[in-house]
Design a protein around this ligand. Structure first.
Ligand code: ACO
Length: 398
């Protein structure tokens, strides 16, 4: 991890590591991940304990500040978040300008990026007070941007934030409120969503976090950096996987079609979405929690018929040599989409539900980057494999 320089004028040791599979790009004190043992901790606290006992906003405080808040710190933090969860009306107009069939991730990325122009002071990234204000504002505003995008797609009037509700409860209200009456979230669904937010809050140097750090390393403001991170998350190999899982399960349709589907995956005709992970070569600990959560949610919403397809697919894959030898296990996305679907959320919206909580991790990693004197602008090298030097030929001679 230390740069080796043999001669004063050489470039030091250079390794060829496509996709950074063996490269640590940073030191970090935020998230601990042991892929072989299936362990995930935020700031030292096991994900299982946080999912059982904490709330998303408390976990967000922990991830950002390094310690769990006291009662008064938590209360102030929640008040601060609520103070900022209305968005500028012109961001709403921006969302209104999109086609009704636009992908919500496209709207989310655009609206977050455009928010930069509403807060020009955010360019002062080394001013702690200004920086903290943008952090609070982004965590507060992303659910509102997401919900406004959803209402736009549905052709419904927006529902403004409700200060009486929790972070997850307010989000459900902005999504689903149908009348002037205050929305009362179902406590099981509200808690399930909050737990899903906790599980998705950070995950060390994944593709989108790496993007946040790369853009942040050029000292861009947090809005545009976060828009870039969200764009990376949009891809089906990353945050788009939960959407892809539900599409895959819908296409399989019935348990009797699973063997043929597994064979097609083994022939390389497609992937078993929601399986496999760059780091976990064991069960994703978040996946286990999500699976349990799915049963609790289905008690309220009724059983999602695709659950049987998912359970059977998981059973068959876990006994199949192809998946065993490659250490492919279900990841967090395998069951989360089924929960979102049971809650009535449209499939294209799933990656947005990932981006809302991951905003916390992106921002914590961004702050860590800016405070780290060892970090410079992210600038990997390459192995040049093109033509050697040659002379320009006039067009008449080509
Ligand atoms: N289905 C079938 N085969 C798979 C899968 C899968 N889901 N994942 C990996 N493999 C195979 C690869 O084809 C490869 O086989 P080979 O050795 O015969 O060539 C082998 O397993 C190793 O896979 P890699 O692609 O090298 O693994 P990598 O670490 O690069 O990829 C990734 C990890 C992108 C997550 C991959 O497992 C995948 O595409 N999974 C499906 C998408 C998904 O669920 N993404 C969500 C990840 S979690 C998250 O972002 C929250």
């Amino acid at each position: 991890l230390r740069q080796l320089k043999i001669e004063p004028n050489d470039y030091g040791l250079m390794s060829y590591d496509p996709a950074f599979t063996n490269t640590a790009s940073t030191k970090s004190a935020i998230t601990y991940l042991d892929g072989d043992e299936g362990i995930l901790r935020y700031r030292g606290y096991p994900i299982e304990q946080l999912a059982e006992k904490s709330t998303h906003l408390e976990t967000a405080y922990l991830i950002l500040n390094g310690e769990l808040p006291t009662a008064s710190q938590l209360s102030n933090w929640e008040t601060e978040i609520k103070k900022h969860w209305f968005i500028h009306e012109n961001i709403k107009h921006l969302i209104d300008a999109f086609r009704h069939d636009a992908h919500p991730m496209g709207m989310f990325i655009s609206a977050v990026g455009a928010s930069s122009s509403f807060h020009p002071e955010s360019a002062q990234i080394f001013d702690p007070a200004i920086r903290n204000e943008q952090i609070v504002r982004l965590i507060s505003e992303v659910p509102t941007i997401a919900a406004f995008s959803y209402r736009h797609i549905r052709g419904l009037p927006v529902v403004y934030p409700d200060d009486e509700l929790s972070y997850a409860g307010n989000f459900l209200s902005m999504m689903f409120r149908r009348s002037e009456l205050r929305y009362k979230p179902n406590p099981v669904l509200e808690r399930a969503l909050d737990v899903l937010f906790i599980l998705h809050a950070d995950h060390e140097q994944n593709c989108s976090t790496n993007t946040m750090r790369a853009i942040g390393s050029a000292h861009a403001d947090p809005y545009v950096a976060l828009a870039g991170a969200a764009a990376a998350l949009y891809g089906p190999l990353h945050g788009g996987a939960n959407e892809a899982v539900v599409r895959m399960l819908t296409k399989i349709g019935s348990t009797k079609n699973i063997p043929a589907f597994i064979e097609s995956v083994k022939k390389g005709e497609g992937k078993l979405m929601g399986f496999g992970h760059r780091v976990y070569k064991n069960f994703d600990p978040r996946g286990k929690i999500v699976k349990q959560l799915a049963y609790e949610v289905f008690e309220v919403t009724g059983r999602n018929p695709l659950l049987d397809v998912a359970l059977e697919l998981e059973r068959i894959a876990l006994e199949d040599e192809y998946f065993i030898s490659r250490k492919l296990y279900p990841n967090v996305d395998f069951y989360s989409g089924l929960i979102y679907q049971a809650m009535g959320l449209p499939t294209p919206f799933f990656p947005v539900l990932f981006a809302i909580p991951r905003t916390v991790g992106w921002l914590a990693q961004w702050v860590e980057l800016l405070n780290d004197p060892e970090q410079k602008i992210a600038r990997p090298r390459q192995l040049y494999v093109g033509e050697p030097e040659r002379d320009y030929a006039p067009i008449s001679e080509r």
